[in-house]
Design a protein around this ligand. Structure first.
Ligand SMILES: Cc1cc2nc3c(=O)[nH]c(=O)nc-3n(C[C@H](O)[C@H](O)[C@H](O)COP(=O)(O)O)c2cc1C
Length: 221
């Protein structure tokens, strides 16, 4: 698959089929992704690949927490800045409106947060979730490295005909996740990435973007 096609066709998929993903495919993708760049070549990420029975148990525990209205564990990093000014707030609201309409969750539904948390904790039906951790001594530069690594993984998944959904939501239930994967206190959970084959018959959601010129400045050309 052409790189442009991989970038263009990657989107956060929120409806997966239960078709299993062969281990050799996961190994091929994660082996190729080791070529992702990192400042000083630290390669600061640590990934747990969870599927099968351990994932079923984790989904069950996280979904029970979500449905009980559990506000989650103390966050180790804020999902967003405390004050989200324009244009970020507008982009956030527009994407959220598109997302929840696609998921059939009405804007003013009282149980909206619970339903969103529950869908997320079921990993949208994905048969595999990668949990990406960082050594907690790492700084902002290494967090950026981990982001580049995860995008590399998500693009490689496209080359295998697979889709993904990065999910910061897992940090809400980070203690349940860490217990399930056996991550120690020296590691901090950046996010999960649900992955698998897309469920058939679900209309694809193409989330809007700011025009390139809104976020890029050319100098000298
Ligand atoms: C680090 C990160 C965390 C995210 N967390 C969630 C999440 O918890 N739940 C969710 O449904 N989508 C999540 N997303 C997906 C974004 O909502 C999505 O990437 C964005 O709206 C753009 O849409 P697109 O990826 O489909 O183009 C996350 C994306 C990133 C990069």
């Amino acid at each position: 698959m052409d790189v442009y096609d991989a970038v263009d066709s990657r989107r956060a998929v929120r409806a997966f089929s239960d078709k299993p993903v062969p281990r050799e495919v996961l190994e091929r993708v994660l082996t190729a992704a080791t070529r992702a760049p990192s400042s000083g070549n630290l390669q600061p990420w640590h990934v747990y690949v969870v599927t099968g029975e351990p994932l079923a148990e984790l989904k069950e525990r996280a979904t029970a927490r979500a449905l009980a209205g559990d506000p989650g564990d103390e966050r180790e990093y804020p999902m967003y800045p405390a004050v989200l000014a324009s244009p970020y707030r507008d982009r956030f609201s527009a994407a959220a409106a598109q997302r929840y309409e696609a998921l059939g969750i009405e804007r003013d539904a009282q149980d909206r947060p619970r339903r969103i948390a529950a869908l997320n904790s079921e990993a949208f039906g994905a048969p595999v979730v990668l949990f990406c951790y960082l050594d907690r001594r790492m700084g902002p530069g290494q967090w950026a490295d981990a982001g580049m690594y995860l995008q590399t993984v998500m693009l490689l998944l496209r080359a295998e005909g697979l889709h993904s959904c990065p999910q910061v939501m897992w940090t809400m239930y980070r203690e349940t996740v860490s217990e399930a994967v056996g991550a120690d206190d020296g590691l901090v959970l950046l996010c999960g990435v649900s992955l698998g084959f897309e469920k058939e018959g679900v209309p694809p959601l193409r989330t809007g973007r700011a025009e390139m010129k809104e976020t890029v400045t050319f100098l000298g050309i």
